[in-house]
Design a protein around this ligand. Structure first.
Ligand SMILES: Cc1ncc(COP(=O)(O)O)c(C=O)c1O
Length: 390
């Protein structure tokens, strides 16, 4: 028995993506070369760019390929640093030095923001409410003529809460700020149209949508400034140097095409599985808490706190029973820190330590949910009986 319920960490390659990539292994040309082999490789890269743009509802020319979500996010923060590096302010930076982001971002945004803070920027890490939504009135108060960037994730990777990016963007643009959203977890699960949202930058990653690891994209609205993070050759119109990762890009394009085709069905199927899991756990385990927003939440993500049981112990017991999920907590240099997201929604250290993220996907079946709903209650009961933290 092996049940994978960690699709927010990464997804397996879809069969169609794997076959397309295997076929592409024979295409050896450098996509920047002028000859036939190079042009063949290049046409595949450009086709993938169209597929990724199409998934986001934007023209292919607004997409650059990167090594993943982390690099895309770093590219945006590096651009902001460069915009402000002129003491008098470039026309696009206008001397602004303030950044607004949230307390629940992925570490690649949080740590990019902290780096800019160490470089003299004023960074506001917006708190969120008990369901993971930013406080709009606090956001409005912080926005001002000094705001250079607003970066708010579209959907949270741990609790699944979806922010109102359209509204946030409209307010930020009215204040003259650049707007970025990390949509790594939203793309492929809920509709994401970068043009309709109005954002200047949007980050996505292939391995969360059944594509390969090590490849991602950044949408850059026409006219929005961009500075390369990686200097070198003229690839990606000089915005991201390095020989094209043809096979990764091709797999990403194919995964994006399938994600677009299957989007509404994906939401319905994973949404039904999530409901079944939630109802089953609520009925089978006393005193649990479902984390995240009740409606504005990713259809595939269920984060549950099990007070009186410890997250890592639950995880290991589930793993022994064949269920692979994750805790909200990150294991950093040997010490187990409670999740910054769960702390931000006010969970308190005990609940934050006793939480599990179940994330479902294409391979999840009704039978899997039934097995989880049968297997988890006795695990929690046993751990609660052993626990000293009840
Ligand atoms: C919200 C979010 N942003 C960024 C990333 C990083 O993406 P990548 O693994 O492609 O660097 C992740 C991956 O876990 C994520 O969940």
């Amino acid at each position: 028995m092996k049940i994978y319920m960690d699709y927010n960490a990464t997804t397996p390659l879809r069969d169609e993506v794997r076959s397309a990539m295997v076929e592409d292994l024979a295409v050896y040309g450098n996509a920047s070369s002028m000859h036939t082999a190079g042009r063949e490789a290049r046409s595949r890269v450009e086709e993938a760019r169209r597929q990724v743009g199409n998934l986001l509802g934007v023209p292919a020319k607004t997409i650059i390929f990167t090594s993943g979500g982390s690099e895309s996010n770093n590219t945006v923060f590096n651009t902001i640093r460069r915009l402000a590096s002129d003491a008098h302010g470039t026309p696009l930076g206008s001397g602004r030095r303030s950044i607004i982001t949230t307390a629940i971002e992925h570490p690649c945004v949080l740590n990019s923001a902290k780096f800019l803070e160490s470089q003299g920027f004023v960074v506001h890490f917006l708190p969120v409410d008990g369901e993971g939504k930013i406080h709009m009135d606090q956001f409005k108060k912080l926005l001002g003529p000094e705001t250079l960037l607003v970066s708010v994730m579209m959907a949270n990777n741990e609790i699944g809460t979806i922010q109102d990016i359209g509204e946030i963007t409209a307010l930020a643009k009215a204040a003259g700020a650049w707007v970025h959203t990390d949509a790594v977890q939203a793309v492929g699960k809920v509709p994401v149209n970068a043009a309709d949202l109005g954002v200047d930058y949007l980050t996505m990653s292939a391995h969360k949508i059944y594509g390969p690891k090590g490849i991602g994209a950044l949408y850059i609205k026409e006219g929005a400034p961009i500075f390369p993070l990686i200097h070198g050759g003229h690839q990606e119109e000089g915005m991201r140097a390095g020989t094209y990762n043809n096979i990764g890009i091709l797999g990403f394009g194919r995964a994006a095409e399938l994600a677009k085709r299957d989007l509404s069905q994906y939401g319905k199927t994973t949404g039904a599985l999530r409901k079944k899991l939630r109802d089953g756990l609520l009925a089978g385990v006393p005193h649990i808490k479902i984390n995240g927003h009740p409606q504005d939440v990713l259809p595939n993500t269920l984060n549950v706190s099990f007070p009186g049981a410890e997250g890592e112990a639950i995880l290991l017991s589930m793993d022994l029973a064949g269920i692979e999920a994750s805790t909200g907590s990150a294991c950093a240099s040997g010490s187990l820190d409670p999740s910054h997201v769960l702390l931000a929604i006010g969970a308190g250290p005990e609940l934050a330590h006793g939480s599990i993220r179940f994330s479902m996907g294409l391979g999840t079946s009704d039978a899997d949910i039934e097995y989880v709903v049968e297997t988890v209650p006795p695990i929690i009961e046993r751990l609660r009986n052993m626990s000293t933290i009840v």
